[in-house]
Design a protein around this ligand. Structure first.
Ligand SMILES: [Zn+2]
Length: 140
């Protein structure tokens, strides 16, 4: 499974999956969110991991809301703006995703896109940088 963009916690069912926020588009153009574990596919309809999850049929995984496929084309892992749209911004665990801290509470929609870009660049730079273990050993 692809990694979620934003997760609300580790999966209480399988223990090491991430409970990612996924956004779905219904036939009537409305959108809704689901929490989906990227490992065991447990599904929550609200960002509350203490609630009992829904387990889709492993042969044909479908949304408990409108029956569309869990991993279908009209859904994807929600980005920060979409998490805000769902009202679930406050449920994101900032430690579990790679886009940095969530924006300040007072203006959740002000700069998520710009923030994502700059953080993504710094993450890319970090990945490309050679390991500096040798330097650390020499100086210490
Ligand atoms: Zn799980």
């Amino acid at each position: 499974m692809p990694n979620p963009c934003h997760s609300i916690g580790f999966c209480p069912i399988c223990g090491d999956g991430l409970c990612g926020i996924r956004i779905y588009k219904s036939d009537d153009d409305s959108t809704y969110g689901l929490i989906v574990c990227d490992e065991c596919d447990a599904v929550w309809t609200e960002p509350d991991l203490t609630a009992k999850p829904y387990f889709p049929d492993t042969e044909d995984e479908r949304s408990p809301i409108d029956g569309q496929p869990i991993w279908g084309v009209s859904s994807h892992w929600a980005d920060l703006r979409e998490c805000a749209l769902l009202g679930w911004l406050g449920n994101i665990d900032p430690i579990l995703h790679c886009h940095g801290q969530q924006p300040a509470d007072d203006d959740p929609l002000d700069s998520p896109a710009a923030m994502d870009n700059s953080l993504q660049r710094s993450l890319d730079n970090h990945r490309m940088a050679p390991p500096d273990i040798d330097n650390d050993e020499k100086t210490s």
